[in-house]
Design a protein around this ligand. Structure first.
Ligand code: UGA
Length: 461
């Protein structure tokens, strides 16, 4: 008989949805950062992250069966199921630097659980981790457990995407649970499956072995990113031949075996996961003595870098081979629309390239805080003095302001509002010839050409 879960402790906000869908389960979200917890608990719901639909979830469940606290130990002690979802950034130094995941936070969280727990727990690994991390967690927990206290480890990777996180959680394509195939492991797996059964259809809850579950997460992200690098590689051929990448993607995606989603050519993928997870897979392949496999996946990241470089070069080439002293408006700074997240955003690379060509850059993004933009630009050019960056870059509070007196507009993020810009007005405010570079296949190029713009689009000649 599997244990019926009544109290959950977790560190990420995704469990808020569990609280909403399971009023009979007490969910405590713990975070050591007092300011973040205060924000979660704020009376006017000024939550610490922006995610469409999240506020409604918190409004309904907070105080009912959803609680936010800095008391990590109490959360651990009281829970019968604990989600470990902590950061696993790419290591910056030491063995595997630049590739391997830094598992320090996972280990610290695991040791804390072992130290604090006085009753048996199901420990669920939710962070994206290299294959076989669960094994290390199990060893640490077992080596430190108190008598009569057992730990079962599950892997339950997160497949949600930013901006659609809440709807992804409400209606997931699948929920994946990995466990040891022992009677105890399978029973723990049933306990977690029963939690999801409150709102996810049974046939969408997949139960597999621990290692398959861990690898599936890396595999899914690697294959998604590979689709984008494939379509971006084809976009280069389109630009050189006169084919149109949107038409090619449409024709290819009509094959039901390939499918239409995730085939949008772009200035390059960003986000906190794709590159990190692929590099992880590269590192894993190398440690398993599979250099050809490693090289195959590495190429997905290299193609992405190439796409960004190619785009910057096209801007310079088109503007008569120099952008020195010219003003360029960059619309969008987030790595994709509907998020304020800038991690690995292609915009950062483009702006750095424009800066090194000695252009002036005006930036506008509807969500990203200005401090974040300054911090990202400083990190991207560690050798440039802050004053130099501030001389070259201006952050604007509207698209119209950013485009004022510019020679070129570069669309770096596919924010819907860029479609509703009064382009006639923009045109009259710009220096001529007025260039537009659409890195997101967002605007209607023909319409803009009629106004007078010179329009350059990814994947079109
Ligand atoms: C990604 C995956 O889509 C999620 O399934 C996964 O759970 C998540 O990573 C994670 O591991 O946490 P996310 O990074 O939020 O989600 O964003 P995506 O929507 O996947 O977009 C990633 C990047 O690819 C963005 O820069 C986006 O603009 C770009 N993209 C996406 C394209 O250039 N073309 C496309 O057709 C789709």
């Amino acid at each position: 008989d599997s244990v019926k879960v009544t109290k959950i402790c977790c560190s990420g906000p995704t469990c808020a949805v569990i609280a909403l869908k399971c009023p009979h389960i007490i969910v405590t979200i713990v975070d050591l950062n007092q300011a973040r917890v205060d924000a979660w608990n704020s009376p006017d719901f000024k939550l610490p992250i922006y995610e469409p639909g999240l506020e409604e979830v918190v409004r309904e469940a907070r105080g009912r069966n959803l609680f936010f606290s800095t008391d990590v130990d109490k959360g651990i002690e009281e829970a019968d199921l604990i989600f470990v979802s902590v950061n696993t950034p790419t290591k910056k130094s030491g063995v595997g630097a630049g590739f391997a995941a830094d598992l320090n936070y996972v280990e610290l969280a695991t040791r804390r659980i072992a130290q604090v727990a006085r009753t048996s727990k199901i420990v669920v690994e939710k962070s994206t981790v290299p294959c076989r991390t669960a094994e290390s967690m199990r060893t640490i927990l077992e080596a430190n457990s108190k008598p009569g206290c057992r730990f079962d480890i599950l892997s339950n990777p997160e497949f949600l995407a930013e901006g659609t996180a809440i709807s992804d959680l409400f209606k997931p394509d699948r929920v994946l649970i990995g466990s040891l195939q022992t009677p105890e492991g399978l029973s723990a797996c049933q306990s977690l499956a029963a939690v999801y059964a409150n709102w996810v259809p049974k046939d969408r809850v997949l139960t597999v072995g621990l290692w398959s579950s861990e690898l599936s997460k890396l595999a899914a992200n690697a294959m998604l990113a590979q689709r984008i690098s494939s379509i971006n590689a084809l976009s280069a051929i389109c630009e050189a031949t006169g084919a149109n990448i949107d038409e090619v993607a449409h024709a290819v995606g009509y094959d039901t075996r390939i499918g239409p989603k995730f085939l949008k050519a772009s200035v390059g993928f960003g986000g906190s996961c794709f590159q990190k997870d692929i590099l992880n897979l590269v590192y894993l392949s190398e440690s398993l003595h599979l250099p050809e496999v490693a090289a195959y996946w590495r190429q997905v990241v290299e193609m992405n870098e190439h796409q960004k470089r190619r785009f910057s070069k096209r801007v310079v080439d088109t503007m008569f081979n120099t952008i020195t002293g010219k003003r360029i408006a960059v619309l969008g700074f987030a790595f994709k629309a509907d998020t304020g997240d800038t991690r690995e955003s292609a915009a950062i690379t483009l702006i750095r390239d424009f800066q090194s060509e000695k252009a002036y850059v005006n930036i506008y993004d509807p969500q990203v805080p200005h401090d974040q933009i300054w911090a990202d630009l400083a990190e991207a050019s560690p050798l440039a003095p802050v004053e130099t960056i501030q001389k070259q870059v201006r952050i604007c509070s509207s698209a119209m302001e950013a485009c004022q007196d510019a020679e070129a507009v570069v669309i770096a993020t596919e924010w819907k509002e860029f479609n509703d810009i009064d382009w006639e007005q923009v045109y009259s405010n710009m220096n001529k010839p007025a260039f537009i570079f659409d890195g997101r296949l967002l605007v209607d190029a023909e319409k803009l050409r009629k106004i007078g713009f010179s329009v350059t689009t990814i994947g079109r000649p």
